[in-house]
Design a protein around this ligand. Structure first.
Ligand code: SF4
Length: 158
């Protein structure tokens, strides 16, 4: 039986990043031709525009954002936590409705990161952690792979 995927829209070539570019990955774009793939961007699902100001998690971790004790703020200080949480909830709904088998989300993003995120200082400093969408998916039993995890798995199969 063919696996069903939920993938960050930017990894599939959609220009939905904060700066209106994509993070297209050839191996992930290829999946679109061979498997059932749902592509979505949680930040846009949550109501943010494109382009938008870059945002980072402040004063805590993604789970703290979900429970209201930390925030996601953009670089000019606007609190976009509500949009990030709404986007995470819509991604979870997609994952559950489509019963996806594999989730591949973009590393380093405050929504989609699964191993690393930026530290909240807007200095491109990475720390261990994961994004708000990843946190909610993990809370509901989904394993989240980064594009790097996925590419490494593909290499192992060669
Ligand atoms: Fe890509 Fe996720 Fe950022 Fe959207 S929120 S641009 S899908 S990394």
């Amino acid at each position: 039986m063919s696996l069903k995927y939920l993938v960050s829209a930017c990894l599939a070539g959609h220009t939905v990043r904060y700066d209106a570019t994509s993070n297209a990955q050839d191996a992930i774009c290829q999946l679109l031709h061979t498997h059932e793939v749902i592509t979505a961007c949680p930040e846009m699902l949550g109501g943010l525009s494109c382009p938008r100001f870059p945002a980072e998690i402040q004063n805590g971790q993604a789970n703290d954002v979900l429970n209201g004790t930390a925030q996601v703020k953009d670089v000019i200080g606007t609190d976009v936590s509500a949009e990030f949480i709404a986007g995470a909830q819509r991604m979870l709904a997609l994952a559950q409705r489509h019963k996806v088998d594999v989730v591949i989300l973009k590393e380093n993003s405050p929504s989609c990161g699964s191993r690393y995120i930026y530290d909240g200082t807007f200095t491109r400093t990475k720390i261990d952690g994961y994004g708000v969408t990843t946190a909610l998916l993990k809370q509901h039993g989904f394993q989240v792979l980064s594009e790097h995890d996925f590419l490494a798995m593909m290499q192992d199969q060669l």
